[in-house]
Design a binder for this molecule. Structure first.
Ligand SMILES: Cc1cc2nc3c(=O)[nH]c(=O)nc-3n(C[C@H](O)[C@H](O)[C@H](O)COP(=O)(O)OP(=O)(O)OC[C@H]3O[C@@H](n4cnc5c(N)ncnc54)[C@H](O)[C@@H]3O)c2cc1C
Length: 479
């Protein structure tokens, strides 16, 4: 490998001096992940301004065996965008490539550079009366290249699918610097292997996404938001199915919220409005949306069609004893108050203390059994552990987090390997996954070998070797 000066000179020649950062204070934010669990070092952080510059940086790195760590908004939760501590890597940030390149109102598609911030994409679509439905808490910081590289999920997956489902085309720079143009917006293209989907979810280990063609949707004209106290987790599944059938599949969000996490939000954010008088062990946060303008018009009695629909669903659920209480937002403020509980959940968890975090998915029919067995097993490992298992029940995906007992613990983090083994074992038994949406990164790499089918893993390794024979792309991640 060339010495540091030679690498910096080469990067400066390609991208310009202003785009190559080596100062310790300036590089620091790029070298630690969002959760501050991983910190690495790097020769430099480089900000290419075009696909051509990315291509030339990769060609140079490949020729000289310099590791490359791609980075978008650095909000990933598995340490995927953090280099190791060798100091050999270049962090390649896509921040400068942040433009919306085009928006087509006939096909409802948008072409964006990989460094475009998710919220910018959402706003650009909104300005044209359209919707880009990928959405979650880091929307103002994360970038579409990172979203696609992690195949991100979030709050609207139950209706629109994850990042993969929203992407029609990609431009990718492969490790030797060649540019692969798969940006076509075609919905149907059966010309061999689906390479676009190979790069989506590959967490920067196979190449660098430089641009994407995204599918947009008609904007929502009406929405109804509700919070329901549930009989139990199985009742949540029945309620979800009822909402889907009654609304014609228009459920946009269906989140499971245990009492433990609602209490935690209320404790750390005392201004939060408690949605119903008695919060049972589990509640559901539900949103149904419509793109039909008629749903935005009040009926002759002044009531809104979606509110009537939700009222009917909740009344039937009360009768069937699926729920014991519920509230429907009747104003923007009430809707914001309900959303606040869900949106404050991650921050309130941080305030509660150190927690083991997971991002599991499980066939929905096994969700209740899994939840309670895992809770009992966690309690056996750490008496008093607080189980914060919340999230995207509509997708069979929970953030099953285990928080330090209220009375404290002398070395809670030392228990994480035991939690790993316990959860992995249960997930295997129920046919679940150790990562529903955050990816593997460096955090779950040690779990993958046991979790993944052996042949599938061998195929993944063969693909990695074929595309990146010199192993320069994001070493130490996934495989
Ligand atoms: C408050 C909060 C809430 C969140 N909620 C959710 C949620 O509900 N659902 C969810 O799925 N995630 C969630 N996340 C995680 C995170 O925001 C997503 O994973 C996001 O998609 C990462 O985007 P990023 O631009 O920050 O990527 P980064 O963190 O910069 O990178 C993530 C991975 O992608 C690779 N990468 C980045 N850009 C490229 C590129 N252009 N080409 C190739 N590889 C690249 C990196 O090397 C790394 O492996 C949340 C995070 C926070 C902080």
């Amino acid at each position: 490998m060339p010495d540091t000066n030679a690498i910096i000179t080469a990067l400066t020649t390609i991208c310009g001096a202003k785009s190559v950062i080596t100062d310790a204070d300036e590089t620091a934010p790029y070298l630690t992940d969002w959760r501050k669990h991983y910190t690495g070092t790097a020769t430099a952080v480089v900000h290419p301004g075009s696909t051509d510059e990315v291509s030339r940086v990769l060609a140079y790195a490949n020729e000289h065996g310099v590791p490359i760590v791609p980075q978008g908004g650095n909000t990933g939760l598995c340490g995927g965008a953090t280099p190791d501590t060798s100091g050999d890597a270049i962090v390649l940030s896509l921040k400068r490539m942040d433009q919306v390149l085009s928006l087509d109102l006939k096909s409802n598609t948008m072409v964006v550079q990989a460094g475009c911030i998710l919220e910018t994409i959402q706003r650009s679509a909104e300005a044209e009366g359209l919707l880009f439905p990928l959405d979650f808490g880091s929307r103002g910081t994360c970038r579409i290249g990172g979203n696609l590289s992690t195949n991100a999920g979030g709050l609207g997956v139950v209706r629109y699918g994850n990042a993969r489902a929203l992407c029609l085309g990609l431009e990718v720079v492969v490790p030797d610097g060649r540019v692969m143009n798969l940006l076509s917006p075609l919905k149907k293209d059966n010309t061999g292997y689906d390479l676009k989907n190979l790069f989506i979810g590959s967490e920067g280990t196979l190449g660098i996404i430089t641009a994407a063609t995204l599918q947009l949707f008609p904007a929502h004209q009406a929405v109804v938001t509700a919070f329901a106290g549930l009989r139990d987790i199985d009742a949540a599944i029945s309620l979800l199915n009822l909402c889907q059938s009654a609304s014609g599949g228009r459920v946009t969000t269906f989140e499971l919220m245990p009492k433990s996490i609602i209490d935690n939000v209320m404790e750390h954010y005392p201004d939060t409005v408690q949605p119903i008088a008695d919060i049972p062990a589990f509640s559901a946060f539900i949103e149904i949306s419509s793109t039909a303008p008629t749903d935005a018009m009040p009926g002759s009695d002044g009531t809104m069609p979606l509110n009537n629909l939700m009222e009917g669903i909740l009344e039937a659920s009360l009768e069937d004893e699926l729920i014991n209480d519920a509230t429907i937002a009747t104003s923007g403020n009430q809707r914001a108050a309900l959303w606040a509980i869900r949106e404050l959940t991650p921050e309130s968890e941080i305030k509660a203390g150190v927690a083991y975090k997971s991002d599991i998915s499980i066939p929905i029919e096994h969700m209740a059994e899994f939840y309670h067995r895992a809770a009992a097993a966690a309690e056996a490992i750490a008496p008093g552990v607080r189980v914060f298992g919340f999230g995207h029940l509509g997708d069979g995906n929970l953030h099953y987090n285990l928080c330090i007992p209220r009375q404290g613990h002398p070395d809670f983090m030392a228990l994480f390997p035991e939690f790993d083994t316990m959860l992995s074992g249960l997930l295997k038994q129920y046919g679940g996954s150790i990562s529903a949406e955050h990816g593997i990164g460096q955090k779950k790499r040690h779990l993958l070998r046991d979790a993944k089918d052996a042949t599938a893993l061998a195929v993944m390794e063969a693909i990695k070797k074929a595309l990146d024979p010199n192993g320069i792309m994001n070493p130490g991640k996934i495989l």
